[in-house]
Design a protein around this ligand. Structure first.
Ligand code: ADP
Ligand code: 5GP
Length: 215
């Protein structure tokens, strides 16, 4: 089976980073495409693991060289997916998990139609606000930008193949894991399916020929 890209999108604070981390811990068949961003590094984030933290000039240089499979301006900062990151993960035989906003997801899926698009919803607006404030990563002004953007992002949910409500974390992680398992056995993703089925039919024909009627 050919490994495929999986995009998680969600309004900020819905929990997609947390879900992605859990999945990566649990599943050796997944790898993560580390995005580039011009936003400031948060406490606890590691450059090269969570993001490649770039200056605006370095980001624009990557952009000009065609290094990005997609990029977008989100909440006032640039974010982009490096083609070489996606290739690194897929060529290692693992599905490529990505955390990308709705604009980037649209661009990426147009270029790579085999992509699986998963939208993560918070259980309520109240829960989203609690999670965003609880994370403590944004001042009030930046929090408002993210909440206003959440309304626009939610309008894009119909473009996604799957929708997972992140009410209880473990259940949400299991739902995304089930989606990946189901997608892996999709007819179109099974390598040389026609040849496999033809070989099975030939084996069955030999077995049928070997059975004596009334024996
Ligand atoms: P996102 O990547 O979508 O912006 P995060 O993964 O950073 O969101 O999650 C935002 C905050 O919500 C974090 O503090 C995280 O620990 C918390 N969180 C994530 N999922 C849940 C959940 N199911 N229940 C309660 N808190 C959650
Ligand atoms: P955060 O700053 O909270 O880590 O992420 C903010 C937003 O940027 C989220 O919606 C996240 O999905 C999005 N994002 C992260 N990486 C990328 C990327 O490579 N490309 C695009 N288009 N969006 C990204």
């Amino acid at each position: 089976m050919k490994p495929f890209p999986i995009i998680l999108s969600a309004p900020s604070g819905a929990g997609k980073t947390t879900i992605a981390r859990r999945l990566l811990e649990q599943r050796p068949d997944l790898g993560y495409s580390v995005s580039c961003t011009t936003r400031a590094q948060r406490p606890g984030e590691v450059d090269g693991r969570d993001y490649h933290f770039l200056t605006r000039a370095s980001f624009e240089a990557e952009q000009a060289s065609g290094a990005f499979a997609e990029w977008a301006e989100v909440h006032g900062h640039y974010y982009g997916t490096l083609r070489r990151e996606v290739e690194r993960v897929l060529s290692s035989g693992r599905h490529c998990l990505m955390d990308i906003d709705v604009q980037g997801a649209r661009q990426f899926a147009a270029a790579f139609p085999e992509t699986v698009l998963v939208f993560v919803l918070p259980p309520s607006g109240e829960a989203l606000l609690q999670r965003l404030t609880g994370r403590g990563s944004e001042n009030t002004e930046r929090l408002l930008v993210r909440l206003r953007n959440a309304k626009a992002e939610l309008a894009d949910v119909a473009r996604y193949h799957y929708v997972v409500v992140n009410d209880e974390l473990e259940r949400a992680v299991e739902r995304v894991a089930s989606i990946i398992d189901a997608e892996a056995v999709r007819h179109a993703r099974i390598h040389a399916l026609d040849e496999q089925v033809a070989a099975l039919i030939a084996q069955l024909a030999r077995q049928i020929n070997g059975i004596q009627p009334g024996g």
